[in-house]
Design a protein around this ligand. Structure first.
Ligand SMILES: [Zn+2]
Length: 245
């Protein structure tokens, strides 16, 4: 199945927190979007692998993505090495995305930066013909290089190269994030057990504040920000939001 956009996150919920508004925008625009989680999030303080799967599948349904795969790399201990790059190259060649959303290149959680660099390296290497991979049936895969890798902002603030207006889909985005009831504060009592950095009401407040702040930068209510190492080109001026700021 060919996808227009592939959103990759190291922990189930990274994609929801980082770029689910932009995913919703693309799906509304008729695009095929899929998600790949690199790990099962098995080191998370709260919840279990099973609850993580059920939460991420609920979120995938809310977003309306075509596919959500899990590469089952080791949470906390995966490496940006040849074996992991080849595993990701196989997934990139399988879905042939034009655009990839990826973890931040540098962040509070070391997995995020390592995953951001692993995704970046795999996207480049996937375009090299002499790196050979096979699909699930053992058939050789074609080389494929996504045109843009957009790294979503995570915990640490980085000055974005691109901000996308997500005002129209903001409520659904928050519903997708709130599907992770074991991870984030929901107010219904399910937040029993050890509290973490992300399980308090303050964390969700900060998620909303970040979107509001990024929206303000481009003159809309809510935004999602991305960094991109490549210069972003546009077809014509119609792609520019024309809002007085
Ligand atoms: Zn994460």
């Amino acid at each position: 199945m060919k996808l227009d956009v592939l959103a990759i996150g190291v922990h189930p919920d990274d994609v929801e927190l980082g770029c689910s508004g932009s995913i919703l925008n693309e799906i509304r625009n008729g695009k095929q979007v899929g998600i790949i989680d690199l790990t099962e999030g098995e080191l998370g303080t709260r919840g279990t692998v099973e609850t993580r799967y059920s939460e991420s599948s609920t979120a995938a349904q809310i977003l309306g993505v075509s596919v959500r795969d899990n590469l089952k790399m080791r949470d906390g201990f995966f490496k940006n090495d040849e074996a992991h790059q080849l595993q990701l190259i196989q997934a990139i060649r399988k879905y042939q995305p034009e655009i990839v959303f990826a973890n931040a290149l540098d962040d509070r959680h070391p997995d995020h930066g390592r995953a951001g660099n692993l995704i970046k390296d795999a996207c480049f290497l996937s375009g090299l013909m002499k790196i050979t991979t096979s699909d699930d049936q053992g058939k050789p895969q074609e080389k494929w290089r996504p045109k843009y890798i957009l790294h979503y902002l995570q915990d640490w603030y980085h000055e974005p190269d691109l901000i996308i207006d997500i005002s129209d889909v903001f409520e659904i985005r928050m519903k997708a994030i709130e599907s992770y009831t074991t991870q984030f504060y929901s107010g219904d009592g399910s937040e029993e057990g050890p509290q973490t950095y992300i399980s308090t009401p303050d964390f969700l407040d900060s998620v909303i504040a970040r979107a509001r702040m990024l929206g303000k930068r481009i003159g809309v209510k809510y935004g999602e920000g991305f960094t991109c190492e490549k210069k972003i080109g546009i077809l014509n001026l119609d792609s520019l939001l024309q809002v007085e700021t």
